[in-house]
Design a protein around this ligand. Sequence first.
Ligand code: ATP
Ligand code: MG
Length: 134
Amino acid sequence: MNRTLLIIKPDVTERNLVGHVVSRLERARFRIVAMRLTRLSETDARRFYAVHEGKPFLSDLVRFMASGPCVPMVVEKENAVEDIRTLIGATDPAKAACGTVRNEIGRDIQMNSVHASDSDANAVKEIAFFFPEL
Ligand code: ATP
Ligand code: MG
């Protein structure tokens, strides 16, 4: 079993699609370990996305992530880190495979509905960012 962090982004909470994403995860046999609704400050969003410091899209991304509530969650499954990246699809919804969450509900390359950790090492860091008690 391993764990990863998923964030349901503000474009999803705005459209009342949180349950839809949770349902996709559960149907794919991810077990929910932790989950809460929160609103990131721009400072927190910038801290979370520190790896993207210097990228041209960072300021807009930070503003978007702080624009409304998001739902960070820790999920567990065998091969969770890799399998969740497959389930969510490519960063750009227009390029994400058919049937992936981003292809289905993502709006554009920025408002792409969900974030998921991209490695075991980042999963550990990102889980600690939102759920230090775990
Ligand atoms: P995430 O880290 O959210 O799971 P990802 O790993 O597929 O997504 P990254 O390259 O880590 O993509 O980018 C982080 C986030 O920054 C993306 O999910 C998206 O919201 C935004 N982003 C990435 N590239 C662009 C871009 N070219 N223009 C606008 N926003 C972008
Ligand atoms: Mg990433």
